[in-house]
Design a protein around this ligand. Structure first.
Ligand code: C2E
Ligand code: MG
Ligand code: MG
Length: 733
């Protein structure tokens, strides 16, 4: 029993065990099934939601499975994909490589391809780049194909291409930039430079790497650059631009326009500094040259008016010790020199004078060229007029030394006007104007001298005003007289004509000679009506003599002011007509200096006068500086040898030579010659010897009222031939 029981229990236990085993086996199966299902569901979910394209291809390359993402990525339904011929959407250019990769893994079950890329056509016609990996799972019966895991990398590739392109552009721009480029760490150490910068500094590119940009900078600019760099790195400024110097290997300064900006990493940490460096040395030099040119005279290199006025303004502002003196200088007869010797000689003369002026004053005085032949000198701390006069004398004697020109030596003089500061309302303008006025005063008083404004000009202005008013009155009150001085024809020994010379019969001063009022009349413009009056009066007198049987000529002096009047030809024509004088008997005298003053416009005026039928004579010839070119062009008929030369005739070799030259020149030009101021028989003989045609002087008669030579009708003096040795007093008898 026990045995049976034991066997039964044993069987029951066994059954129980078996059941348990079955049950756990069943459970295990159902658990496994569930796990498989779950895993499959997970896989499906993964495949469904994956952004990557997952596809399975058979050995022929036909798609047998495609994840929904393939549909999304390629814009084609899974069905279409499955129905498409192998590699149908792959770009033809990429097909060989894709096929190659596919074939390679196809032959090796379990193998995985290296990542490869190819382009596929999207439904919308665009090409998408896929990055893929193929896995051969043909030995896995569950898959039995080649699994392709692909990711659309189109955008990434674009971005990469763009980045590459941008980098390339930057590299190229950096390397080939015409200006210097450098990348430096925030400590200033260079880690990349371009060729332009290397050339700019005279070094090889690699010689610059590792060098601090500060060490290349000019010592005087280093502090500035260091400050800028600090501010840049601390974020105070995003960039800076500055003009600063580097030092070239040959030691010279290289001026640059530097522009630096900081580059930070995405986290905002400063990474490096980009430097753009433009060589502006030439530009600065040009700029400096232009700035210099703007305030200097190009010919002499002296300061010009602009700079002079600026210095004068400053001097006046700081004028505490002594005075500021302004000297206004004008070369005498420069225009004549320029016209006769040519402009290049004139320029050389100006340059020489400029040098002399510079050397004649202290280094901190300013000598400027105001234009033409006008110079100014600014001297500070001048205690009084005496010292100013000393300066003027020193300048004048420096100028007076002979100037060597190509054609020989010439002598020039200078007229100087001085104005001293010290007045209440002193301005640069008033000082300059006063110095200018004083200079004109010096010119009027005979040139080659100086005049100080303060005293002299006040007196001058007062005299000027008084004489002006008195002259006006003289004209109205008929105080002017015309005197006549005979002119002898050396061929006939007879008086052939007279020169009309004006006098002023002043109620208090008596008979005033022309030298004492003609300059004022000239300055005030009164010479125009006075000249017209003399002209009319003299023509009338000559006409009277003519009617009386003495067909004498009449010489009348014209002043520069008259010559400048456009109405002069009409005035002369009017006088000729009203007096009825034969124009052939009328001679108009113009001084050599006047003629040359504005030679070009004088030429046309002379032609207009000559067209009236009158003759023209050049007065005081030898005192001015005639240009032979003009002399040939002037329609003149005779030259009057200045009496200063006639005076020395036969006594002074120089005067004799000049007289000879003038007479010869007149003849060479087909003109007549008249000698002025003949006082001695010796002079007369000498003139005869020279072949001079006419003579005028005290030897034959002093200027006198018309009645001295016959009140009306024939002048008695003309009746008899004048013997050469006849004393002047007897001429009229
Ligand atoms: P000018 O035209 O050269 O006249 C000659 C001057 O020399 C005259 O001086 C005359 O008196 C002077 N003279 C003539 N012979 C001799 C001589 O033998 N010895 C000396 N020492 N002198 C002699 P004047 O009359 O004093 O005239 C001076 C200047 O005034 C003239 O020089 C002329 O330039 C100017 N002048 C005179 N009248 C007029 C006029 O009506 N109009 C203008 N614009 N100027 C005039
Ligand atoms: Mg004259
Ligand atoms: Mg004369």
């Amino acid at each position: 029993m026990a045995c049976i029981l034991g066997a039964a229990v044993g069987a029951a236990v066994a059954c129980l065990l078996l059941w348990r085993q079955e049950r756990s086996a069943r459970r295990a199966v159902s658990d496994a099934t569930a796990a498989v299902r779950r895993s499959e569901a997970r896989l499906q979910a993964l495949v469904r939601n994956s952004h990557d394209v997952i596809a399975i291809f058979d050995r022929d390359g036909r798609c047998v499975f495609a994840s929904p993402s393939a549909e999304r990525g390629l814009g084609r339904s899974v069905e279409r994909l499955l129905a498409s011929p192998p590699f149908d959407f792959v770009h033809v250019e990429d097909r060989p490589a894709v096929l190659h990769t596919f074939t390679a893994i196809c032959n090796r079950p379990g193998s995985v391809s290296p990542p490869f890329e190819f382009r596929v056509m999207h439904e919308d016609g665009t090409w998408h780049t896929l990055e893929a990996v193929g896995t051969n799972l043909t030995d896995d019966p569950a898959v039995d194909g080649i699994v392709l895991n692909a990711r659309d990398v189109t955008e990434r590739r674009w971005a990469e291409a763009e980045l590459r392109e941008a980098q390339e552009r930057f590299r190229s721009a950096f390397e080939h930039a015409p200006i210097g480029m450098a990348l430096a760490g925030i400590d200033g150490e260079l880690f990349r430079v371009n060729r332009a910068l290397a050339q700019m500094l005279g070094r090889a590119e690699d010689q610059l790497l590792g060098v601090s940009i500060l060490d290349l900078t000019h010592p005087e600019d280093q502090a500035t650059i260091r400050t800028h760099l600090d501010r840049l790195v601390t974020g105070e400024i995003p960039s800076y631009q500055v003009e600063q110097r580097y030092i070239h290997t040959d030691g010279r300064e290289v001026w640059t326009a530097l522009s630096a900006s900081l580059v930070r990493d995405p986290g905002g940490t400063p990474m490096y500094v980009v430097h753009q460096i433009e060589d502006v040395t030439a530009r600065r030099r040009d700029g400096e040259r232009l700035a210099h040119q703007a305030i200097h005279d190009p010919l002499t290199g002296l300061p010009n008016r602009l700079l002079f006025v600026d210095r004068l303004r400053r001097a006046l502002a700081e004028d505490t010790h002594g005075h500021t003196a302004v000297l206004f200088l004008d070369l005498d007869h420069f225009k004549v020199i320029n016209d006769s010797l040519g402009h290049s000689a004139g320029d050389r003369l100006l340059v020489t004078i400029a040098d002399r002026l510079r050397n004649a004053v202290r280094p901190n005085d300013t000598v400027a060229r105001f234009g033409g032949d006008e110079f100014t000198v600014l001297c500070r701390g001048v205690p009084d007029e005496r010292v100013a006069a000393e300066i003027a004398k020193r300048i004048a004697s420096a100028v007076a030394k002979p100037v060597q020109l190509v054609d020989g030596e010439i002598y020039v003089t200078i007229s100087v006007g001085i104005a001293l500061s010290g007045g209440e309302m002193e301005t640069t303008e008033t000082l300059l104007r006063n110095a200018d006025a004083a200079m004109y005063g010096a010119k009027e008083n005979g040139r080659a001298r100086f005049q100080i404004y303060a005293a002299a000009n006040r007196d001058h202005a007062v005299t000027q005003l008084r004489t002006g008013n008195e002259l006006r009155r003289a004209l109205e009150q008929h105080e002017l007289r015309v005197f006549y001085q005979p002119i002898l024809s050396l061929a006939s020994n007879r008086i052939s004509g007279f020169e009309a010379l004006v006098r002023w019969e002043h109620p208090e001063r008596g008979l005033v000679p022309p030298d004492q009022f003609i300059p004022q009349a000239e300055e005030t413009g009164l010479i125009v009506p006075i000249g017209a009056w003399v002209l009319e009066h003299a023509c009338r007198q000559a006409a009277e003599w003519h009617v009386g049987g003495a067909p004498v000529s009449i010489s009348i002096n014209l002043s520069p002011r008259q010559l400048a009047e456009a109405t002069l030809p009409a005035t002369v024509a009017g006088a000729l007509e009203r007096t009825g004088i034969d124009p052939d008997r009328v001679w108009l005298e113009i001084t050599e200096t006047t003629l040359m003053r504005d030679a070009e416009s004088t030429v046309s005026m002379l032609h207009k006068l000559r067209d009236l039928g009158v003759h023209l004579a050049v007065d005081d010839f030898g005192t001015g500086h005639s240009s032979m070119t003009y002399l040939k062009r002037f329609p003149v008929d005779s030259l009057k040898v200045d009496r200063s030369f006639v005076d020395g005739l036969g006594r002074e070799p120089e005067a004799t030579a000049i007289c000879t030259a003038v007479v010869n020149l007149a003849h060479a030009l087909g003109l007549g010659a008249v000698a002025e101021g003949v006082e001695t028989p010796g002079q007369l003989e000498a003139l005869r010897g020279l072949g001079c045609e006419y003579a005028q002087g005290y030897l034959f008669g002093k200027p006198a009222p018309a009645d001295r030579y016959g009140l009306s009708g024939r002048p008695r003096a003309i009746e008899a031939p004048v013997p050469p040795a006849l004393p002047a007093a007897q001429v009229g008898r």
